[in-house]
Design a binder for this molecule. Sequence first.
Ligand SMILES: Cc1cc2nc3c(=O)[nH]c(=O)nc-3n(C[C@H](O)[C@H](O)[C@H](O)COP(=O)(O)OP(=O)(O)OC[C@H]3O[C@@H](n4cnc5c(N)ncnc54)[C@H](O)[C@@H]3O)c2cc1C
Length: 439
Amino acid sequence: MRKPYDVLIIGAGPAGLSLARSLADLPINVAVVERSSEETLATPPEDGREIALTHQSVEIMKACGAWQRLPVEDVSPIESAKVFDGSSSYSLDFDNQTQDLEALGYLVPNHQIRKAYYEELCAHPHVEVITETVVEEVQTNDNAGYITLNNGEVSEAKLIVAADTRFSEMRRKMGLSATMKDFSRSAIVCRMEHQESHQQTAFECFHYGRTTAILPMNGNRSSIVVTVNSRDAQKFSEMSEAEFNRNIEDQLDGLLGEMKLLGKRHIYPLVAVHANQFVSKRFALVGDAAVGMHPVTAHGFNLGLKGQATLSKEIANAIAEGEDIASEALLKAYETELMRTTRVLYHGTNVVVGLFTNETLAAKLVRKATLRLANNIAPVKQLITQSLTEKDPDKSTPLQELKNHLPPLPSALPVDRLKQQVESILPEKLKPMKLFGLK
Ligand SMILES: Cc1cc2nc3c(=O)[nH]c(=O)nc-3n(C[C@H](O)[C@H](O)[C@H](O)COP(=O)(O)OP(=O)(O)OC[C@H]3O[C@@H](n4cnc5c(N)ncnc54)[C@H](O)[C@@H]3O)c2cc1C
């Protein structure tokens, strides 16, 4: 058996790595166990995901030095965003002027985030990264947690943290249930070059039958995310390049002129997951293992960063007070704080996805009304902008007010009851939000 650790993290994805980095400055022994090789962590392959980061996430990454390691040319500001519905040219518009921001957020390739965090950990060699190793079992008791590795070794720690994807095996082995939503749709993501400038604008086009998102990269390049029914996804990735280019050009109705595929197309089946508990005895979930979001509102890793920041802050406080770093009270505080943010966003995002993929006549009318309402009612627009950018997260906004009124819930509330609760506390001026599909 290896020496006992203070914290053992399972999974060196962006969430596990960022937590390890946050703990690296504390006087504790931390190890991360990862299935992939050291080479993959050092030079992660491009995976098609371009992550839209909020201002709060940028601050978290800056504070530990990971942001400064990103190649400048790979950080693209998103200055405005437009949401279209059906074939209408009417759009819901957001821009950086509304809140006097340099940008609404920043687009960064997922593999560069992983690389930056791994480099940070290499600069803190006292955090051990155990690669090419799979955690097969996990168990905890009042005093410690234990993981069994695929080489038969058992490791012990005061706290075990699972950051092992939205389909977390460790969550299942610890008996923590999760609410899952399989959208039976898949996202085909790729980079494309185009003739016209995107003016640093992100476009979300909710067509009927499919959704196309354009996320602005630097230069005349964009990340394209096409969402279709899963049965059609393979067809999109197997089309010839010329056919695919034409298909996207047609979908965008010439918005960006000629389109040209750059590199590979990647397929991601869309399944959203929200664990009903984030903690158990000497055990916690972070990242997608806690909450795996539908990518449409770009909250996934932003929530992962927020969660690890909350957990590491609790641990730092416990060390300062000379207390147990995995006490029940500490883990409950982490769970309560994160649940307060994630429950509303998770269910709200799923409601929006449901509305914008529903093609009944009634839904189409509500979709159009939603865009117009959101455009024309200042508090609603401010609420959405603040939620997407997370600038001044401590400033009280309607969303904050909403969150503050929700009771701390250790376990998930059935969706219908959550909707009732949200509606019952909506301020009068936001009642039109019922049209967002909350009813
Ligand atoms: C198309 C797409 C677009 C997205 N866009 C955005 C966006 O704009 N903004 C945003 O915030 N988020 C976005 N996301 C979400 C974001 O990519 C995820 O939230 C984030 O990558 C999750 O990181 P993670 O570390 O929790 O999990 P993962 O990246 O899944 O990493 C888990 C790691 O655990 C390892 N592992 C698993 N099991 C074991 C085991 N038993 N033993 C050892 N190792 C193990 C795996 O090898 C892996 O390295 C997007 C996602 C997709 C699919």
